[in-house]
Design a protein around this ligand. Structure first.
Ligand code: GDP
Length: 309
């Protein structure tokens, strides 16, 4: 088994390449749920859905999220009824959230609901939410404290970041299978995801960091920072808001207590020595994933470099 820690779009791109070079059923993906939000009474799990739709082959590849060829009639009608409609939810996508909410109300856990959705969509990988407990990432900004989605989607990440709060982190327990997957895998991959609000949240769950430290498997991260900046998303604003340098080195530093290898883009090769001084092996690669071939090549290189012994 190979286990991946994942956020949304960056992770999904990589995983779609990985399942072309390993049997999909051998993959376990532990997914961030800090971005989850309730809207119109529905439970929305953006990162789980991005990963699930991508592996099911139905993601809107242009956007990186949502379902391809979706329509937005329901949202338009909600707007006419006076609701706020800043979070883009397509009609087909809404069916997923309705289904999830019905199953949660029947008493199923988020992990059981996720399994059920994967089964219906023909996804063979084992996708597990990091926790079944309520956990929300909130951003402290110069305009006040707000949910991560409000900061990112509603306000376009325009506010100055002063700090980050993981609400519920103290009580949150890892979902069933999370610790076991980390401990029993032959390889753990930290996807190119936001190190603060996607991977940082997973690492904040009780027992996860310890499991990563004690697992005997190689643990490799793919840098989400390329040429000194994120490819998309607010990782730079969040990192600098926390007083961190925005660099690939900084990401490796955040994972230094458990990481054995780090995939660094050729464009950042001058950071190689600094990362190696943390005791982490550096694998240089072209990490920008545009085509299916790019994604496959990156996955193949990682398997070759980390599983060769
Ligand atoms: P989000 O939750 O949808 O924002 O997605 P993630 O948590 O997966 O994080 C997005 C991160 O993925 C950003 O920091 C991007 O720089 C990174 N990313 C996106 N596409 C690529 C890519 O092709 N290559 C690499 N190396 N990083 C990427």
């Amino acid at each position: 088994m190979i286990t991946a820690l994942a956020g949304g779009v960056g992770a999904a791109k990589f995983l779609s390449g990985l399942v072309k070079v390993i049997p999909e059923e051998e993959l376990t993906v532990i997914v961030n749920t800090g971005d989850d939000i309730e809207l119109y009474g529905l439970h929305i799990s953006p990162d789980i859905d991005i990963i699930t739709y991508t592996l099911a082959g139905i993601v809107d590849e242009e956007r990186g999220w949502g379902i391809k060829n979706d329509t937005f009639n329901c949202l338009e009608m909600l707007r006419r009824y006076g609701y706020e409609t800043w979070f883009n939810l397509g009609d087909r996508d809404l069916a997923t959230h309705i289904h999830r909410t019905i199953l949660l109300k029947r008493g199923l856990k988020l992990s059981q609901v996720t399994k059920e959705i994967c089964r219906s969509l023909g996804v063979k990988a084992n996708i597990i939410p990091m926790t079944n407990n309520k956990f929300e990432t909130w951003i402290e900004t110069d305009a006040g404290l707000m949910h991560f989605q409000e900061y990112l989607v509603k306000r376009g990440a325009k506010d100055r970041v002063l700090g980050i709060k993981y609400l519920g982190a103290e009580e949150a327990k890892p979902a069933e299978g999370v610790i076991e997957a980390i401990l029993n895998s032959k390889l753990v991959i930290i996807c190119p995801s936001n190190p603060i609000v996607s991977i940082g949240t997973i690492l904040s769950i009780r027992g996860v960091r310890e499991a990563l430290r004690s697992s005997k498997a190689p643990k490799v991260a793919i840098s989400p920072i390329v040429a000194g900046a994120p490819i998309k998303g607010p990782a730079d604003k969040l990192m600098s808001g926390l007083g961190l340098e925005v660099s690939a080195y900084s990401v490796a530093y955040l994972y230094r207590d458990f990481l054995t290898a780090f995939v660094l883009d050729y464009l950042d090769k001058e950071e190689k020595d600094r990362i190696e001084s943390l005791g982490i092996k550096v694998i240089l690669a072209n990490t920008i994933m545009r085509t299916t071939e790019d994604k496959k090549r990156l996955a193949e290189l990682i398997l070759k470099e980390t599983l060769k012994e």
